[in-house]
Design a binder for this molecule. Sequence first.
Ligand SMILES: [Zn+2]
Length: 293
Amino acid sequence: MRGFRTGTGDAAMKSALREAVFLIKDIGNALAARIDGLSTVQAGELRFRCNICGRMARAEVSHLTREEPTCRCGSSVRLRSLVHLLTTALFGESLAIPDIPLRKDLTGVDMSGAATYAGRLARRLGYINTFLHQEPRLDILAPADQWLSQCDFVISSDVFEHVLPPVAAAFDNTLQLLKPGGVFVFTVPWIKTGPTVEHFPALHDYHLEQRGETRILVNRTVDGLRQEFNNPVFHGGEGQTLEMRVFSESGILGNLAEAGFCDIRIHGTACPTFGIIWQQPWSLPMTARRPGE
Ligand SMILES: [Zn+2]
């Protein structure tokens, strides 16, 4: 306490006090978040801690849908569930990103992961966000050797419905990215019943044409057969967002099992603490593991 013996004692004292106040505020915020984190629903509104930005948020329960941004950071139930499932798999408990211990040794890749969590995860873990058309590149249909058996975790959220057929290759290659025992955190939109519906099972050499009001996907199969499909479905844009298929629950479970995954789980359990509530029994997130050695 050098300040007590100098002429600047008052200033030093004030500075120390100020720091103490900040520290107490920090602790208070953390405690408040923890206590509030028990989460409450009042008048149809859920108060929760966003596990991506770490701040408290509130949202009408009716707005807690899979895709709607329900925190200032832009996180949705789907994005928060990715963090919930990843941290639970890696650490045995659900952690908000600011509370993840610094573990750069835990390595994993994501496929076009959302910006709101990608940068934050990369500061805590050996997390690499990859892209199909920019560096760092990862084409799940032809992953470079550098990625194989390197990953403690792989995240793929709402990507596989856009991957070229046959989609089984994407599941096979994802398994190959993982170390034995590594975890795959996975989402796609899916329906409860029936098989996965492939829109263009023989897709090979294709392009899009506009004819009046109608958009046509023109395909030439491996055997040279010409096919046309009216008004293909796009998700939020052009190019890689062409919907190739509508997954079904049994279709995905079959894909994961056939690729060799074990410990395959569908996660519909709410985690209101982190603003995760599933209001329908379809399109839920899943996890699976590469078998250990
Ligand atoms: Zn947030």
